[in-house]
Design a protein around this ligand. Structure first.
Ligand code: ZN
Length: 288
């Protein structure tokens, strides 16, 4: 069962003053957990799920009930193995990095180690590779280049905002990726509904990612007392030329199926965000 996609809500007319011409398509969706441990969701372009092509890639997020997937928590290894096995993924085909809230992105090669050095995002075009970052309120951003079959997954909190653009630039440098050919998914994160921060951080975030001109596909990046991580990333991607963006409307803070640092505190559940072979991720729930 696929997530319950809704029709594109916004086109150019929803963009703020100074918006570029062009037909930005936003696809809001809610998570559906096809299995107890994973919600699968596809990339979307022109209103259709991308399920074919030479390197079909799917997206996923693990549930809170699947347990923490943290690389720093001793239970994480067991939880990750159990998740991968349920999806038919060999742990040797899953690649991750040592997350430090940076804007660094690694390009995976055939001989890259499964646990990479300090960075918060990866790009790959290796057949069979699955990328994994952990999130718990921070935003996972998934990118798929329909023309080259390359894809990216980044962990983007307030501090690392901008890393999605670094991934896109690396894809452009490596594979001549055109932003117009990219489908993006902004996964579940803490919503602007629940993410108040202090005035200094709001000001800095607005200075870096807001501003008086340019497209605001999801409204201002600072909403009242809160940051909107999805709005900031949508704005960056749209200004870079990306035209197809699916966005998860479920807030990690209020949705108890999801892990949240702010809600759960120090014992929070780090969820695994996965971008990998559609044949594995799209199989979630097949054995249930
Ligand atoms: Zn919320």
């Amino acid at each position: 069962m696929l997530p319950n996609w809704t029709r594109p809500l916004h086109k150019t007319d929803a963009l703020g003053a100074g918006a570029k011409a062009g037909d930005v398509q936003l696809y809001p969706f809610h998570l559906v957990f096809q299995s107890p441990s994973l919600a699968y969701f596809p990339f979307i372009m022109d209103g259709a799920a991308l399920t074919e092509g030479k390197n079909p890639i799917g997206c996923g997020i693990s549930s809170r009930s699947a347990g923490t997937m943290s690389l720093r928590d001793p239970r994480g290894r067991f939880h990750r193995q159990r998740l991968y096995t349920s999806l038919g993924l060999d742990p040797m085909q899953v690649f991750t990095c040592t997350q430090v809230h940076s804007r660094e992105v690694l390009a995976l090669e055939a001989d890259s180690p499964c646990e990479g050095p300090q960075a918060d995002g990866m790009i790959s075009r290796e057949p069979g590779a699955c990328l994994m970052v952990t999130v718990a309120d921070c935003l996972p951003v998934y990118l798929y280049d329909t023309e080259s079959g390359g894809f990216a997954l980044v962990h983007s909190g307030w501090k690392g905002t901008g890393i999605a653009l670094n991934a896109l630039k690396l894809m452009e440098a490596r594979w001549h990726t055109r932003p117009q050919g990219v489908a993006a998914v902004l996964g579940p994160c803490i919503g602007a509904c629940c993410y108040p921060v202090d005035a200094a951080r709001r000001r800095a975030f607005d200075q870096d990612f807001g501003g008086p001109s340019g497209a605001y596909p999801l409204g201002p990046v600072v909403k009242g007392p809160a940051l909107d991580l999805q709005a900031a990333n949508a704005r960056l991607l749209v200004n870079a030329g990306v035209r197809h963006i699916a966005l998860c409307k479920d807030c990690t803070f209020t949705d108890e199926r999801l892990g949240s640092f702010r809600r759960e505190g120090p014992a929070y559940t780090a969820m695994a965000a996965l971008a990998g072979p559609l044949s594995c991720l799209g199989s979630a729930g097949a054995s249930n």
